[in-house]
Structure formats: structure tokens, C-alpha cells
Design a protein around this ligand. Structure first.
Ligand SMILES: C[S@@+](CC[C@H](N)C(=O)[O-])C[C@H]1O[C@@H](n2cnc3c(N)ncnc32)[C@H](O)[C@@H]1O
Length: 253
């Protein structure tokens, strides 16, 4: 079963949004690596609140978004100006589009949420025009505390997940050919205690399947880990994050 973000729609932008101005640079990196010229039809699976769609859409002719969560897409519509975006509620494992419909497809922080991700790849290859590409984007953190990795290890008890937002070898292993990559690095300030609060509030999807007792155990473990690394959890640290946008070409048939 895929993970809908309906219950995260009201806090998603506050907790996952880029710092002011970064989205413009991230979108420019995407447009550069994809070679957008303004005439493309692009599909984003798991479009969410439009964190990526809104700044990227002005670079193309029409930007289509699909998501299983109507509440996430409602947030996108509330923020939309005149960007050329069309939305549809649906599942990325069964795309309601004909074959060869798009010059490019986008996927950002989505594959790890879909147990049937292999079927998503089949669908993406089907709807891409010949010569079209997948633009896969993700963040990596190079700072003293890697929040994503810490959370992943805590809530999974150290088990590696089949498909993560990091690593990305699953695309190559599925026969997709790696192309060029653009990166954009930015910094922001964060107090370690905020990470503990976010886990307690179940902000991260990895915590949604935990029982209250498991969550409390993880919160305590996270706080202890952070206290060992930082003398004061209430003092801001500088977090350096790199946004990656990498091109993949579908397997040759
Ligand atoms: C982590 S959010 C990412 C949103 C956006 N791509 C971004 O980077 O901000 C993942 C989104 O994928 C959606 N989603 C999860 N499973 C899906 C599926 N099978 N088909 C379409 N959307 C799905 C969720 O509802 C959520 O809005």
C-alpha cells in the first residue's frame, strides 16, 4: 500500500520546504540538466504541495502532476499563480495517460513510499516519448547530523530499506541508464531539539507506522544520540544540504 500524505498536508511545507530563494536555484538546476526549452510536456509523480512543480512549471509548456493525496494537491492549488500546471488524483502505478505523452517525467522523494515501485518504472517508461528522460531528485545532508539517516536507522531498527530516497542504485539495477547530474548546495540553521520535536509530532512518514510505545522509544533514543553529539540541543547548528537532479534514460526494449 502506498503512503498518502493527506495527514501531512497541513505541515508539509513548514517541515520540508526549501529555505527562501532556494527553490528558484533548485528549479534552475532541474531545467539545466533536463535541457528544457519551453516546449515540453512534463509529468511529476507524487507532485504533493508543488514544492518542485511550482518553480519548475514556468520552464516548460505544461506541467502535469499526479498524487494519491487530494489534500496535498489542494495546498498546491492554494499557492498557484499562473503556472501552467494540470493536476490529477491517481496512483503512479497506473498512470492515466497514453503512451509517449511526455518529454520528461519527474520523481522527487517518492519511490520509497511505493511498494510497487517497479511497476511505477514500467509506467514511466510507457508514458515517455522516445528520447525522453526521468529526472530523479533528492537531498543529501553533509552536516554533523544527518537527520534522514538517523531517523531511518532508528525507526527501522537499522534494517536497510528496499528503496530509499538516498543511494538510488535501484534505478541502475532496473536497467535505467544514468545521465548527467546537477547539484545545488544550500545551508540553513536548525536547533537539534527541533528534530526531536519533529519525531515526537510524527512529521516524518517513517514514523507513521510506529505504535505510540515504539515512537516514545525512538524519541528517547534520538534525544540521547543528539545529547552525545551536541552540548546544547537548543543552540542552532548549520545544516548543509545538497539538492541533486539526475537524468535517467529508460531501459532499451
Ligand atoms: C514526500 S512527498 C513529495 C512531494 C513532492 N514531490 C516534493 O518533493 O515536495 C510524496 C508524495 O507522493 C504521494 N504518493 C505516495 N504514493 C503515491 C502513489 N502511489 N502515486 C502517486 N502519489 C503518491 C504522497 O501523497 C505525497 O504527496
Amino acid at each position: 500500500m502506498s503512503i498518502s500524505f493527506d495527514n501531512a498536508a497541513h505541515f508539509y511545507d513548514e517541515t520540508r520546504g526549501f529555505p527562501a530563494g532556494v527553490e528558484t536555484n533548485a528549479a534552475a538546476a532541474i531545467a539545466r540538466v533536463a535541457g528544457f526549452t519551453g516546449g515540453e510536456r512534463v509529468l511529476e509523480i507524487g507532485v504533493g504541495t508543488g514544492r518542485i512543480a511550482l518553480p519548475v512549471a514556468p520552464y516548460v509548456q505544461r506541467y502535469f502532476g499526479i498524487d494519491i493525496s487530494p489534500l496535498m494537491m489542494r495546498r498546491l492549488l492554494e499557492k498557484r499563480g499562473d503556472e501552467p500546471i494540470s493536476l490529477v488524483q491517481g496512483d503512479a502505478t497506473r498512470l492515466p495517460f497514453p503512451r509517449a505523452a511526455f518529454e520528461a517525467v519527474m520523481a522527487v522523494h517518492i519511490f520509497h513510499l511505493i511498494p510497487g515501485w517497479q511497476q511505477v518504472l514500467v509506467e514511466l517508461a510507457r508514458v515517455l516519448k522516445p528520447g525522453g528522460c526521468l529526472i530523479h531528485c533528492w537531498n543529501s545532508n553533509d552536516q554533523a547530523i544527518d537527520i534522514e539517516t538517523t531517523l531511518k536507522e532508528l525507526v527501522s531498527g537499522g534494517r536497510a530499506e528496499a528503496v530509499g530516497a538516498r543511494g538510488n542504485t535501484f534505478l541502475e539495477e532496473s536497467g535505467w541508464q544514468v545521465g548527467e547530474e546537477e547539484m545545488y548546495t544550500f545551508t540553513r540553521q536548525q536547533k537539534p531539539i527541533e528534530i526531536v520535536d519533529q519525531m515526537r509530532r510524527r512529521v516524518w512518514s517513517r514514523t507513521w507506522r510506529l505504535s505510540d510505545a515504539q515512537l516514545a522509544e525512538n524519541v528517547a533514543a534520538l534525544q540521547q544520540m543528539l545529547e552525545q553529539r551536541f552540548s546544547d540541543l537548543h543552540t542552532s547548528i548549520e545544516v548543509q544540504t545538497t539538492f541533486h537532479a539526475r537524468i535517467y534514460l529508460p531501459p532499451k526494449t
